[in-house]
Every structure is written in C-alpha cells, then in structure tokens.
Design a protein around this ligand. Structure first.
Ligand SMILES: NC(=O)c1ccc[n+]([C@@H]2O[C@H](COP(=O)([O-])OP(=O)(O)OC[C@H]3O[C@@H](n4cnc5c(N)ncnc54)[C@H](O)[C@@H]3O)[C@@H](O)[C@H]2O)c1
Length: 472
C-alpha cells in the first residue's frame, strides 16, 4: 500500500506546541488544510482575533499566522468536525504532572490525551493517522491504539505515530522552520511504515530529508524524555558548579567558557542561572523518574531525580543569598523582581524560577514589586495564588505590586533581583536606577546579565550567580 497523501490535518490542542507547530505546517504546505481545535473558546477566539492578539507570545508567530490564517489555516472549537474531515490528527494536548492518585507528583497526567483519543474514536468514520505530539511516557501509543481499536466504528483504521516536538519556547518559529531534526516513530509493520512516510512527506515540504529521522514507536517516545532530561542535566551540572564558584572565588562564566570549548561538550546550555523553569523540563524528568521506578530501576530513578533536586536547591540557595545579604532579614523590606516569565521571549510562566523566589520573599513578609515585559497581570496573580495556597489573594496583593517599567519597579526599593534574561534588561540605565533606590542599593543577578564591576562603580552592592565576592 502506498503512503496516503495527506490533504487535511487536524490538531487537537491550540497551545504552545499545537498552535505554532501546525501554523508552520500550514505556512509551508499551502496544499494542506490545517484546522487547529481546542475546547478553550477564549484561546480559539484569541487565535482568530482581528488584531492578531494571539494567546501566546512567540517571536515571528504573528507573521506566520497572518500569512496562513483563512487561506489553509483555521482555528475552531468544533473538534468533531475537524476530526471527521482530517486524514491525519495531531494530539497536542497538555500532559501535566499528576496532582493526585497513583504516581502523584511524578507521573504524567494522561487524562487529556485519553479524552482526545476517545473523541477521535467516537467521531471518526474513515481511516486516520493519529500522531502523538504531546510528550508522553514510553508505550502511551499502545494505550492510544487499544482505545482507538476497541471503539472504532464504520470500519475506520487507525495508525498511531509518535512525533515529539523539540521546539523551545522563545525560539519556536525558528526551531520549527529549521529544526535540528524531526523524529517520527512508528510500528515497524507495512501500515506503520506507510503512515510514517505520509507524515515524513508533510515535513519534507521544508525540512531536508536527512533531518527527518524515523525510528520505532517506543524509541521515539523515550527520545523526547531523554532529550529534555539531558538538557536539564547540563543546566543542573553548571548550576552545581556555580555553587562551588561562589564558595571559591572562581567565575562560572569563565568555567563554562573553558569547558564548552571542548568539542565533546560544546558551549550550549552551559549558562548558570537561578534555575530552569518551563512546563517541560521538570515534568519530563519526573516522568522519567516515575518510569524508571515502575521498571524497578531505583538507581536510574535516583540519578535523574537529582537533576530536579539540584534545580530546587539552586532556587532556594539564591533566595537565601538575598536574605543573608540584606543583613539576614527581608521582613518589611522592598524588593524589585525584574522578569516573571520562565525565560526571555515568552509570556509563559509555568514553573518559572521567579514564582519560587517571590513565594520565598513573601514567606519572609517582604514587599515585592514585579515588572515583566510580556506576562499578563492576571497570570501573575494566578501563579502567586497557586504558589501560596494558604494565603488569600487579598493578602498577597498587600505585599505584591505589578508595574510597567524597570524604573517604576526599582524606585525606593532596597534590592533588585533579576529573574528573567529579557534583552531589555541589558539596556537598563543603572545610574538612574541607583539614584531612585534606597541605600545601600543591592542587585542580585540570577541570569548573569549585568556588568557587575560597572554597577559596583556606581555604588551598588552586587551578587551574581556563580561569582564569589573574591572572584579574581
Ligand atoms: N511548551 C513547550 O515548550 C513544549 C515543547 C515540547 C513539547 N511539549 C509538550 O506538548 C504538549 C502540549 O504542551 P503545550 O505547552 O502546548 O500545552 P498547553 O497547555 O499550552 O496546550 C494544550 C491545549 O490542549 C487543549 N486541550 C486539552 N484537552 C483537549 C481536548 N480533549 N480537546 C481539545 N483541546 C484540548 C487545552 O485546552 C490547551 O489549550 C505537552 O505534552 C508538552 O509536554 C511542550
């Protein structure tokens, strides 16, 4: 049987992955109709908004949507219609860490994947290629197939593929237009390989063939968890070294630079920081930990667990540095936090280090003023409420203020904490900031962003991750 020619694609889930990924597919494949569906009406309304105020911020995304929307790219809440019409369906729903029940705190919550899969089974009346785009534990495709086959009707056949997404938020469009690789996992049967070829043909419209890797289903699922675990492990490794630098007077930037020059190691992902965040790293590692434990591999589980533990340690170490430096108490003191997103160039705040830092400051009853160029105020209140479940929002609002620029944030504050590496923080006029602050004025750089010597000359007391006071 020849691989089918995909003419209609449906993507279930219009989030950070489904939206940009399928918008780029529509852009690059004008002959394919792409419909992105979601149950969340306000998200779909934002994707369809006349002024392109899209539900997520991602550089370059508006341009892509402007070119394709209404031509061959559509956003809708009519999930059933899109399923019914599609030849190929991406399942790109959220897979957060389970909050209760077996595996709570570690395992992925596959409820959304299961509900989407059941919907496909209930609605489909013709053959479908169902593509797991969400990050899922090894062998989830098997469960999806069982659900689909047990509920299929009208003779519909389902082929399941795994096609994990490797985009990074903040550079999603660039990553999608020019991916390091596209990974497609399939059963190694005739039908499985045909389905794999059909999806490979879609990507081949813009991705060079040698970058489209085809593997078995379970390898593909595990490769996504493995990639995220190894990226996070590099960050935790460099962060562990940053603690040694602070204690010894070595400089973490110099250490990363020297280590990264080794071609076996390479320079990427070796930047020390206040800790990694984002919706994926912690979730996917905990998922790997759970998988290892389920497979009776406790040593393997403990190894990966330590990557997350080190990240938590880095955040609490940074909070403690702030308290210790501000004369061992921040109660009643005023702290400006610059940045709330988990990294630059995204409005996403999931697992952002800023949330943990602010929670720690609030637990010491400090006053916090937040400025972030992209994060919505409502999102900040929601995140802080979730981070401090025992504190009513009205109480949080007595201690936290959200403002709209750096100077407003820093005015009359004792300390400035840099939590996100936004480019505009590179341009801060520190002399003006200093003039507006309470003295002594402290800066805590959790992102290796500032020129510490220059700030010290202005008069600031400065603490930078990975640099001891006696750094040479
Ligand atoms: N965010 C990233 O950087 C990233 C990168 C690679 C992979 N991933 C993985 O991709 C998946 C999606 O992540 P995300 O960040 O896009 O999540 P998200 O929360 O931004 O989006 C998921 C969307 O799915 C929708 N949804 C859930 N169930 C649905 C259903 N039954 N029918 C229709 N819509 C439904 C939700 O309303 C939501 O809008 C996750 O498994 C994640 O681990 C994320």
């Amino acid at each position: 049987m020849a691989p089918i020619d995909v003419k209609k694609i449906c993507c279930i889930g219009a989030g950070y992955v489904g939206g940009p990924t399928c918008a780029v597919i529509a852009l690059k494949c004008p002959h394919i109709t792409v419909t992105i569906v979601d149950l969340n009406q306000s998200r779909i309304d934002a994707w369809n908004s006349d002024d392109f105020s899209l539900p997520i911020y991602e550089p370059g995304l508006v341009d892509v949507v402007k070119q394709a929307r209404g031509r061959n790219l559509f956003f809708s809440t009519d999930v059933d219609k899109a399923i019914l019409e599609a030849d190929l369906i991406f399942v790109s729903v959220n897979t957060p860490t389970k909050k209760s029940g077996v595996g709570a705190g570690f395992a992925a919550d596959l409820n959304y994947v299961e509900l989407a899969t059941r919907r496909i089974a209930a609605v489909a009346t013709s053959n479908k290629i169902v593509v797991e785009k969400s990050t899922v534990p090894c062998r989830t495709a098997e469960s999806m197939r069982t659900i689909l086959e047990s509920n299929s009707h009208g003779g519909a056949r389902f082929d399941i593929l795994s096609n994990p997404e490797f985009l990074a938020e903040g550079t999603a469009i660039k990553d999608l237009l020019s991916p390091d690789r596209v990974l497609i996992g399939s059963l190694q049967t005739g039908e499985g390989l045909d389905a794999c070829q059909a999806l490979a043909n879609v990507y081949a419209n813009w991705v060079p063939k040698e970058r489209i890797l085809t593997v078995g289903l379970w390898s593909s699922e595990l490769s996504k968890l493995a990639a995220n675990a190894m990226l996070a492990q590099r960050i935790s490794s460099i962060n562990a070294l940053s603690a040694i630098c602070e204690a010894t007077g070595a400089n973490i930037d110099e250490v990363s630079h020297a280590v990264g020059f080794d071609s076996r190691i390479g320079p990427k992902f070796l930047r020390a920081s206040v800790g990694f965040g984002g919706s994926c790293f912690q979730k996917d590692i905990l998922n790997l930990v759970y998988l290892s434990e389920s497979l009776h591999l406790p040593e393997v589980a403990a190894y990966w667990r330590q990557v997350v533990d080190m990240n938590e340690y880095q955040k609490s170490r940074f909070s403690k540095t702030v308290v210790d430096t501000l004369f061992k108490t921040i109660t009643g003191k005023h702290i400006a936090v610059l940045g709330f997103a988990f990294k630059a160039d995204t409005g996403d705040t999931r697992e952002s280090a800023a949330i943990t830092l602010i929670r720690d400051f609030l637990s010491e009853r400090a006053y916090v003023t937040i400025y972030d160029p992209k994060v919505e105020e409502s999102q900040i209140w929601q995140d802080l409420s979730e981070a401090c479940p025992n504190t009513p929002l009205e109480t949080i609002k007595k201690y936290v203020t959200i403002v709209h620029n750096v100077i407003e944030a820093c005015k009359d504050k004792e300390a400035v904490v840099i939590a996100t590496e936004w480019k505009e923080f590179l341009e801060i006029d520190w002399q003006t900031v200093y003039d507006h602050m309470t003295k002594p004025a402290f800066v805590f750089d959790g992102r290796l962003l500032i020129d510490a010597d220059k700030l010290r000359k202005i008069g600031f007391k400065v603490k930078v991750i990975g640099r001891g006071d006696s750094t040479q």
